[in-house]
Design a protein around this ligand. Structure first.
Ligand code: HEM
Ligand SMILES: [Ca+2]
Ligand SMILES: [Ca+2]
Length: 304
C-alpha cells in the first residue's frame, strides 16, 4: 500500500524539505549519516517501520530507545528526524500531515546519498506506531556475535532473504562501534584462541591499540578501517581481508553459503548498489502501520 508520491497533494515538497534539513544537519556533523541509517534499521526491525524507536520513555512507560540494544544509537539520528519534522511542519500545508516514520525513511535515503551511496525512490505512506516498549526490543535485534543461521532467521522473519541481509550488513561501511561490542574477539575469544582466528592479526593488533583492556566505555572505532566516511562496497573487500569488525560481519565471508555473494559484491559496486536498494525498499515495507493501527505524531518523541 506504500507509494512514491503519497504526499503529492498534501505536501508536494516533502522530499526537498527533508533533504534541506538533512543537508543542514550533515554540515554540522558527519555522524548524522551512520546515526540515521542505524536508527531506520532499529526502527524497522522492532514492530515495523513506524518510528516507535524515536518515542521517549514517559509516564511509567519504558520505551524502545531505553532497551540496552538501543542505548548506543547516536543522538544525531533522533535529532535529524526531529529537525526534518520541524522543517516539514514549518510549511503550513504540511503541518501534521507527514509521519515521523516516513520522514525517517526519506532522511535515511538522503544520508546514504550524502556519503556517496546510491540514490533511490522512497515509498511513503507509513503511519507512526501507537506503542513503544523496551520489552518489545528483546530478541528482535541482531547481536554482533551472531553467525549466518541466526542472522538469516532474524532477517527472514521480516521478509528479507540472505542476499538482502548481506546487502544491508554493508551499512557497516560507515560509522562507529564501541570497543565492548567486539573486544571478546581480541582478548578472550575461546579456550583455544585469545584472538579470533578469522580476524587478520595485524588488524587485531591495531584494534587492541585503540581498544586496550578496560578502555573508556565511550571510546568508539571506525567499523570500516579503509573508507569510514564513504558508503561503498569496501565493506566486502574488508571481509575478504579478514577485516570484518564483528563476528556477524566476518561470518558472511567465513561461511561458504554467503561467501560467493560477498565476493561478487566486492568485485561489482553496481551490483551491490542495486542489491542494497532492493533490500532497503523491502526493509522499509516491514510492519507498516495503516488505518487505526497508527497516526501522524505531532512530536516524533511523544505519543499524541
Ligand atoms: C546484520 C546484523 C547486524 C548487527 C549484529 C549489527 C550490530 C551493530 C553494532 C553492535 C554496532 C555498534 C554500536 C555501537 O557500539 O555504537 C552497529 C553499528 C551500526 N550499524 Fe549495525 N548491525 C547489524 C546490521 C545493520 C544493518 C542492517 C544496518 C542498516 C541498514 C546497520 C547499521 C549500522 C550503522 C550505520 C552503525 C554505525 C552507527 C554509528 O556510527 O552511530 N547495522 N551495528
Ligand atoms: Ca518500529
Ligand atoms: Ca566505506
Amino acid at each position: 500500500q506504500l507509494k512514491q508520491n503519497y504526499y503529492a497533494s498534501v505536501c508536494p515538497n516533502v522530499e526537498s524539505i527533508v533533504r534541506g534539513a538533512v543537508n543542514a544537519k550533515f554540515k554540522q556533523t558527519f555522524v548524522t549519516v551512520p546515526a540515521t541509517l542505524r536508527l531506520f534499521f532499529h526502527d524497522c526491525f522492532v514492530s515495523g517501520c513506524d518510528a516507535s524507536v524515536i518515542v521517549a520513555s514517559a509516564n511509567g512507560n519504558t520505551a524502545e530507545k531505553d532497551h540496552p540494544d538501543n542505548l548506543s544509537l547516536a543522538g544525531d539520528g533522533f535529532d535529524t528526524v526531529i529537525k526534518a519534522k520541524k522543517a516539514v511542519d514549518a510549511v503550513s500545508q504540511c503541518r501534521n500531515k507527514v509521519s515521523c516514520a516516513d520522514i525517517l525513511a526519506l532522511a535515511t535515503r538522503d544520508v546514504i546519498v550524502l556519503a556517496g551511496g546510491p540514490s533511490y525512490k522512497v515509498e511513503l505512506g507509513r503511519l507512526d506506531g501507537l506503542v513503544s516498549t523496551a520489552a518489545s526490543v528483546e530478541g528482535n535485534l541482531p547481536h554482533p556475535d551472531f553467525k549466518l543461521d541466526k542472522l538469516n532467521s532474524m532477517f527472514a522473519s521480516r521478509g528479507l532473504n540472505q542476499a538482502d541481509m548481506i546487502a544491508l550488513s554493508a551499512a557497516h561501511t560507515l560509522g562507529f562501534s564501541h570497543c565492548s561490542k567486539f573486544s571478546n574477539r581480541l582478548y578472550s575469544f575461546n579456550s583455544g584462541n585469545k584472538v579470533d582466528p578469522t580476524l587478520d592479526p595485524n588488524y587485531a593488533n591495531q584494534l587492541k591499540g585503540m581498544c586496550p583492556k578496560n578502555v573508556d566505555p565511550t571510546i568508539a572505532v571506525n567499523m570500516d578501517p579503509t573508507t569510514p566516511t564513504k558508503f561503498d562496497n569496501v565493506y566486502y573487500k574488508n571481509l575478504q581481508q579478514k577485516k570484518g569488525l564483528f563476528e556477524s560481519d566476518q561470518a558472511l565471508f567465513t561461511d561458504a553459503r554467503s561467501r560467493p555473494t560477498v565476493n561478487a559484491w566486492a568485485g561489482n559496486a553496481t551490483a551491490f548498489n542495486q542489491a542494497f536498494i532492493t533490500a532497503m525498499t523491502k526493509l522499509g515495507r516491514f510492519g507498516v502501520k495503516t488505518g487505526r493501527n497508527g497516526n501522524i505524531r505531532r512530536d516524533c518523541g511523544v505519543f499524541n
